[in-house]
Design a protein around this ligand. Sequence first.
Ligand code: COA
Length: 146
Amino acid sequence: MRYTCSTTAPPSAEELHGLFLQADWARERTPGEIATLIANTRVFAVVRLDGALIGYGRALSDGVSRALLDDIIVDQDHRGKGAGKLIMTALMDQLAGIEEIFLNTGSHLEAFYCNYGFRKFPGLTMVSKRAERVQPPREHDPATGR
Ligand SMILES: CC(C)(COP(=O)(O)OP(=O)(O)OC[C@H]1O[C@@H](n2cnc3c(N)ncnc32)[C@H](O)[C@@H]1OP(=O)(O)O)[C@@H](O)C(=O)NCCC(=O)NCCS
């Protein structure tokens, strides 16, 4: 497969919304929220095949001491063909020199991330509860009156 990888041209919100529908943690994000996410993300990797978005990953970082990898995903029809490696290599290249890089994953992907120097963190990682997702108001249905 001739995948291309860009670290300068972000995907459109609509494209990324399509990919995020495959991700448990991101499928509820709206295109509007994703547009904000894209606008506020400086470190990312976009993999395409014949122009179509098939992989994405990003990092939040202060550029010196800490970075957090997130939203690393390859389209389900393209997994196991090297796109994830392209994404991780492009992200880690951009984060060269950062003191510590964190990510949160399941044990089934421990081996995948070990390839890029990640090891289980011995400390206690804490997280605050995610904000409640605000549901958009339901439209009135004249047929049912509800
Ligand atoms: C995880 C994910 C991004 C990997 O992308 P991918 O395109 O399938 O990975 P690649 O084909 O580039 O594989 C790269 C290397 O990692 C290895 N690898 C891939 N998936 C692996 C897994 N689940 N466990 C261990 N190794 C794995 C490959 O064998 C390959 O090794 P090699 O370089 O020695 O040949 C992809 O499977 C995915 O999108 N999963 C669903 C979303 C997800 O869970 N994202 C991670 C959130 S933390």
